[in-house]
Design a protein around this ligand. Structure first.
Ligand code: PLP
Length: 358
């Protein structure tokens, strides 16, 4: 079994160690939409507090109907989870086989969940010098060597790279003919919804899409995610899921979030504008390489002689948290990831970095 993965977003424990209030820190280490949570979500959670004396609806019927309506699918195409993380841990149990292929560098929980369930994992690391482009011929070659499950994260985390839907679709049909099921983690796809392969997956099967509601709607503390797939797969996932794993506050938050179309529209617009601003200003800093990202974070590479760990230490003194990406297999200690935040916060990060880069 692999070691428990580390993550960004440790603002609460870091604040406690530094004897600060969390509000005194700015968290660029977790990729959470800074414009949320929507007011309607907070109101709904407050209202739902009065009902915590009852068990939640274990099937989360109203929430599932809302998710199905949003994506134009049926309720039996949806399985909710306690964060998409719960579903990541259930996925290795619903597929037969023992060899999984992970397209990296990528989110560490896939490998850990697979190893806990007794799978062997192999990585195919996309190359920084190719901008982490999806090298489909290499994936196909690995599949041909025998592989029972493929994991792909789109947009990639931590790379930010968006694989265009036609490339993913091609890979999915190839995997389908090879008999290899695919998990496409679209945890950050709400920021670029038009690139989702949900329609293809729902009409052709053979794959499962994971979605998170904690990033786009900014409630990671409540835990909510879901899978979209053909009914036979969602039924297998549901069968593995412990009862009541999505609590009533998370369900209320999810139902309210899905209704707030104006929040979604504005978030996409604001994040795209801030990402352009932050990306272009970062790229102007000496020696810093910025990888283009499609979601609400950017992967950066420091010049020779500087490590993300050192930079992290310096930035922490200015109450700024970033994600050191040295621990991601496939990346070097010079990689870091920063979230796209509000203009004022992004400017603070830029000013601090300008003072630290040679
Ligand atoms: C790519 C990716 N997938 C899934 C998750 C899990 O998100 P959650 O469990 O909050 O839905 C994360 C969290 O960082 C992630 O980065």
């Amino acid at each position: 079994v692999t070691a428990k993965p580390e993550h960004g977003g440790r603002i609460l424990s870091i604040a406690q160690q530094l004897r600060l209030q969390p509000e005194e820190l700015i968290d660029f280490s977790a990729s959470i939409n800074p414009f949320g949570p929507p007011e309607a979500v907070l109101d709904a959670v407050t209202a739902a507090l009065g009902r915590v004396g009852h068990y939640p609806d274990s099937d989360a019927g109203v929430l599932v109907d809302g998710i199905a309506a949003l994506h134009g699918c049926r309720a039996d195409n949806v399985c909710v989870g306690n964060g998409s993380t719960e579903l990541i841990y259930l996925v290795p149990r619903i597929f037969p086989g023992k060899r999984a292929l992970l397209v990296g560098p990528t989110f560490a929980e896939y490998g850990h969940a697979l190893s806990l369930a007794g799978w062997q994992t192999e990585y195919l690391h996309l190359k920084p010098e190719e901008g982490f482009a999806l090298e489909a011929h290499l994936v196909r070659r690995q599949l041909a060597r025998g592989c029972d499950l493929l994991f792909l994260c789109n947009p990639g985390n931590p790379t930010g790279r968006l694989y265009p839907p036609h490339e993913v679709a091609e890979l999915l049909s190839h995997a389908r003919s090879a008999g290899t099921p695919v998990v496409v983690d679209e945890a950050f796809m709400d920021f670029c919804e038009e690139a989702s392969v949900k329609e293809m997956v729902l009409s052709h099967g053979g794959a499962l899409i994971l979605r998170s509601m904690t990033k786009f709607y900014s409630f990671p503390g409540l835990r909510l995610g879901y899978a979209l797939a053909e009914p036979s797969l969602t039924a297998r996932l549901s069968a593995q899921r412990p009862p009541w794993s999505v609590n009533s506050l998370a369900q209320a938050a999810g139902i309210a979030a899905l209704k707030d179309r104006e929040f979604s529209r504005r978030s996409r617009e604001l994040i795209a504008a801030e990402r352009d601003f932050l990306g272009s200003r970062l790229a102007a800093l000496p020696g810093l390489k910025v990888y283009p990202g499609a979601a609400n974070y950017l992967l950066l590479e420091l010049p020779d002689g500087l490590t993300a760990a050192r930079l992290q230490e310096h930035l922490l003194r200015e109450c700024l948290l970033i994600r050191d990406c040295a621990g991601f297999p496939g990346l070097t200690p010079r990689f870091l990831r920063v979230a796209v935040r509000t203009r004022r916060e992004n400017e603070r990060l830029l000013a601090a970095l300008a003072g630290l880069l040679p």
